[in-house]
Write a protein that binds this ligand. Structure first.
Ligand code: C2E
Ligand code: CA
Ligand code: CA
Ligand code: CA
Length: 278
């Protein structure tokens, strides 16, 4: 038993070591990625079903390694977050997304761009200043910028969260609650936050039209958003039936593979949607 305990210990300590080494490896690679500018933004169309028009894009980061592999955010965002490297990467994301927006607008497209914020970024007192500088530098109209935050970022210190949201709102940008329904925000909380948009999480959309429970939840979120005069967006729409259900329930803003995967900027010209113009 003693020998077994020792082996078990060695096993776990080895596993921990591997996990720690793996993290350190990714951390060092991320530092190099920042230096070498190996990040790239992909853009997923946001469609308005009422107008049958492309009205915006969500910026989604990828890491293009020197060996040409495209690493999805799930594989590095957490390490970036826990090491604080996300703040630097996040600044680049905001700048790059605004430059993209400026290019779209210069072509006559009145589209918006949605930018995901991590918890570290959201908790940074300098965030509004950073965004303001990027807006000034790129000359974009802040009315076309959307910042996505998750419910969990609003929980902890709600007074600080409200203060940050107000600081962002003062810039003229709009704010969206991402992955809505997966956190714990009560309606009471929601009323106190100056947000403009709710994004219904993909987990509630994916089993439509088979799961009546999910359909009821989605219909309830849509009704609630309307009552609170919030825009509502459904993410992860993969089928015509899902799009049809959402439209029938007056959720007109949608994103998902049914319409388009996230694409590199140079691939956007292959899209066949009408694009919103001024
Ligand atoms: P998210 O913000 O909820 O983004 C939606 C994710 O769902 C994206 O994955 C998108 O590619 C994927 N998706 C879109 N439509 C569909 C669909 O119809 N079906 C399915 N199965 N998936 C769909 P992605 O790009 O891998 O990003 C994953 C997460 O990583 C994001 O979730 C977000 O939390 C984070 N992330 C991505 N880009 C950024 C960024 O620039 N900054 C920060 N802080 N986080 C980011
Ligand atoms: Ca998002
Ligand atoms: Ca989401
Ligand atoms: Ca999600």
């Amino acid at each position: 038993a003693k020998a077994r305990g020792k082996n078990t210990y060695r096993f776990f300590s080895q596993a921990l070591n591997d996990a720690a080494n793996q993290r350190l490896l990714i951390e060092n690679q991320l530092r190099e990625a920042i230096r070498e500018q190996q990040f790239i933004l992909y853009y997923q169309p946001k469609i308005d079903l009422a107008e049958e028009t492309l009205v915006g894009y969500e910026a989604l980061i990828r890491w293009l390694r020197p060996d040409n592999t495209l690493v999805p955010p799930a594989r590095f965002i957490q390490v970036a977050e826990s090491t604080g490297l996300i703040v630097q990467i996040g600044e680049w994301i905001i700048l790059e997304a605004c430059r993209f927006l400026a290019r779209q607008h210069s072509r006559g497209y009145a589209v918006s761009v949605s930018i995901n914020l991590s918890a570290r970024q959201f908790n940074d007192e300098q965030l509004a200043v950073i965004i303001e500088q990027v807006i000034r530098r790129t000359g974009v109209d802040p009315a076309y910028l959307v910042f996505e935050i998750t419910e969990s970022m609003l929980m902890g210190d709600t007074d600080a969260a409200i203060k940050q949201l107000n600081q962002l709102k003062r810039l003229g940008v709009s704010l969206s609650i991402d992955d809505f329904g997966t956190g714990y925000s009560s309606l009471n909380y929601l009323k106190r936050f100056p947000v403009d948009e709710l994004k219904i999480d993909r987990s509630f959309v994916k089993d439509i039209p088979e799961d009546q429970n999910d359909m009821d939840i989605v219909a309830a979120i849509i009704a609630m958003a309307q009552k609170m005069q919030l825009r509502v967006v459904a993410e992860g729409v993969e089928s015509e039936a899902q799009a049809e259900f959402l439209k029938q329930n007056a959720c007109y803003l949608v994103q998902g593979y049914y319409f388009s995967m996230p694409l590199a900027e140079q691939e956007l010209s292959q899209l066949t949607f009408n694009i919103k113009t001024q």
